[in-house]
Design a protein around this ligand. Structure first.
Ligand code: ATP
Length: 313
């Protein structure tokens, strides 16, 4: 295989509970992560050597700061290969939005290069490498619906629940760094603010709701401990959560470290109508209608295995 294209899906957090601090500086968490249809496209072209990355988003670095670049570099080193790759990333997932866009791209490179370079690594081995690059990347390798513990890398797949409609909202000019959100959480907890995630775990309720496919029960038990600290700084996040409920969301929550907020919707038509009215009300906010997806990375069948040479007419 000379080239392949991968669909690299974003995720939302249906549940994010912070259990404590770890000696390695990370937080101990319990999360339920859900792949969604909103996705980047990552095209990989085999090269004799070197890593070259091109991305259509001006704010995303195209060098070794890019997680996708680092994924290729890690595979080269760990599998002791000099083979190279050209990586084209077409961003659709908003950047620094709490949707794991960079992590999805890195997972796509791990999955794609495993094929392209003929490395023969198992999913477990890919996830093991992924954990060295970032906490959300092991989840993105497989995706679907998973319970993630530890710092997010200990995964337990849950039954898939495909097609649940979602409405996403993200303020256009606001990006939030994950490190900042966790710091804000710690500051709240140090000040013993009631918002600092001290309430009883609702994890059993979320797991039961997923098991029973009870959307209303799921909507009632959503939780994100990072939400209140982020909301205290960025009021727009709370406003959007409320606005989603007003247009019919069964439940709404900030995803990951934010600022994206999602609403669980009863139907795709309802989500599309709500989206139109919210676009008029909040012109400074981006909205997407999307849905739960059963996998993280999808290898697209390549219609043009080798681009045919252009013949001048
Ligand atoms: P998470 O939900 O995993 O915390 P996020 O969705 O909040 O992540 P990303 O979109 O992954 O955040 O981007 C975070 C930062 O990572 C950006 O500021 C960007 O500069 C950098 N970055 C590195 N590689 C990528 C990539 N492939 N796509 C997007 N951002 C990337």
């Amino acid at each position: 295989m000379q080239a392949c294209t991968l669909v690299a899906r974003a995720k939302i957090n249906l549940y994010l509970e912070i259990l404590g601090s770890r000696p390695d500086g990370y937080s101990e968490v319990a999360m339920i992560l859900q792949s969604i249809a909103l996705a980047d496209r990552v095209r990989l072209q085999r090269r004799p050597h070197g890593i070259h990355l091109i991305c259509n988003h001006p704010e995303v670095p195209a060098d070794a700061r890019n997680l996708a670049y680092r994924a290729a570099e890690l595979l080269q080193k760990e599998c002791q290969t000099n083979l190279g790759v050209e990586i084209h990333i077409e961003k659709q997932i908003p950047v620094a939005a709490g949707l794991a866009g960079g992590s999805a791209d890195a997972a796509a490179v791990l999955v794609g290069l495993n094929q392209l370079w003929g490395l023969g690594l198992t999913v477990r081995e890919l996830q093991h490498l992924a954990a060295r690059l970032g906490s959300d990347i092991p989840f993105c390798v497989q995706g679907g619906t998973q319970l993630a513990t530890g710092r997010g890398e200990v995964l337990q797949p849950l039954a898939d629940w495909e097609g649940i409609p979602l409405l996403l909202a993200k303020p256009k000019r606001l990006g939030i760094s994950t490190a900042w959100a966790y710091q804000a959480f710690r500051a709240h907890r140090a000040a013993s603010l009631p918002s600092a995630g001290s309430s009883l775990s609702t994890l059993p309720q979320v797991l039961a709701a997923l098991e029973r496919r009870d959307l209303l029960a799921l909507a009632r038990s959503l939780r994100n401990d990072l939400e209140q600290p982020v909301l205290a700084e960025y009021a727009i996040v709370g406003k959007l959560r409320q606005a989603l409920l007003e247009v019919g969301a069964l439940g709404s929550l900030m995803s990951g470290s934010g600022p994206t907020v999602f609403g669980l919707m009863a139907s795709l038509e309802g989500a599309a109508q709500a989206c139109e009215s919210l676009r008029r009300r909040f012109p400074e906010v981006d909205f997407w209608v999307t849905q739960f997806a059963p996998t993280g990375i999808l290898l697209e069948p390549d219609p043009h295995p080798l681009d045919p040479p252009r013949i001048a007419s």
